[in-house]
Design a protein around this ligand. Structure first.
Ligand code: ADP
Length: 267
């Protein structure tokens, strides 16, 4: 999965990333789905130890253009995990109360505790993406945020948080297809947001903002992955694979019971 990793201090050109890449599966959806199912089983096992050991915290950040598949990825990758130890949270446009605080306030209050896995569906990155594209705060204010975010994530990492950041990368044609599908299916109308059309017109600006944000915040402790996401099944595979590989490397173990259980007799 190295090829999707954005190395710290490196330049990123999203245009050069093939959104329809299917890696080793060469378009074989059935084979890929099978591999993802196996990874999901592994993830279930890893979450079980994470929860029991209570040592690490896991934060997953999902960012994408509209229709990029954040909701789908939450379902496709994390289904089957123990609900006691995992939850997802969607960050919408800030409320008036949230706007009265610094932009990381609402984010910090939702980060995972020990043993937990939390998935951010949108995140503090909106504060350097949509906010910069639409000039919601002066550029000199938002520019400082890259440094804040790097420091914030380093602090989380120093406190035992394993951070995954995934940009689900679709191209403009794929977005058009997905918007069209939403328009044509009454059951998908609830997902159709007229405002998304205005954002679609700003496609290039958003891509440039993503490039800058990812370049400036991909760090050793909190690296970004650009996930080819035109094929939903490959998107889910990449996310699951990156997570399983990194979580396995932590060599988490179940805690020992301090009592001597060898002499316990259950009457
Ligand atoms: P989603 O598209 O994630 O399914 P919505 O359609 O409700 O959910 O969109 C949420 C909106 O909130 C997006 O347009 C996003 O840009 C906006 N948003 C999220 N965080 C912020 C923020 N910090 N500042 C401004 N807008 C934000």
């Amino acid at each position: 999965m190295e090829k999707y990793l954005v190395k710290p201090e490196s330049k990123l050109s999203l245009r050069k990333h093939n959104c329809s890449d299917t890696g080793i599966f060469l378009g074989n959806k059935a084979k890929c789905r099978k591999a993802t199912a196996a990874l999901r089983d592994e993830l279930v096992g890893l979450q079980d130890v994470l929860y029991a050991q209570h040592k690490y915290k896991v934060l997953v950040v999902l960012q994408a253009m509209d229709t990029g598949g954040k909701d789908g990825a939450v379902k496709g990758v994390f289904e089957g995990l123990n609900p006691l130890g995992v939850h997802a949270i969607s960050f919408k446009a800030p409320t008036p109360v949230e706007l009265e605080h610094d932009y990381l306030w609402r984010i910090h209050s939702q980060v995972p505790a020990s043993g937990e896995m939390v998935i951010f569906n949108r995140s503090h990155y909106e504060d350097v993406l949509v906010v910069r594209v639409k000039n919601l705060v002066p550029a000199e204010v938002s520019d400082k945020r890259f440094g804040h975010i790097r420091d914030f994530e380093r602090m989380l990492s120093d406190n035992g948080t394993v951070i995954f950041k995934f940009f689900l990368h679709i191209d403009a044609d794929e977005q058009k297809k997905r918007l069209q599908a939403r328009l044509e299916d009454k059951d998908k109308h609830w997902k159709f947001n007229i405002g998304d059309l205005a954002d679609r017109k700003l496609w290039d600006d958003f891509q440039a903002a993503y490039e800058e944000a990812i370049e400036r915040t991909s760090t050793v402790e909190a690296p970004w992955y650009v996930v080819p996401s035109n094929k939903k099944w490959y998107r889910d595979y990449v996310i699951a694979k990156v997570m399983v590989d990194r979580l396995k490397a932590l060599k988490m173990t179940y805690p020992e019971n301090k009592d001597d259980l060898s002499k316990v007799v259950i009457q």
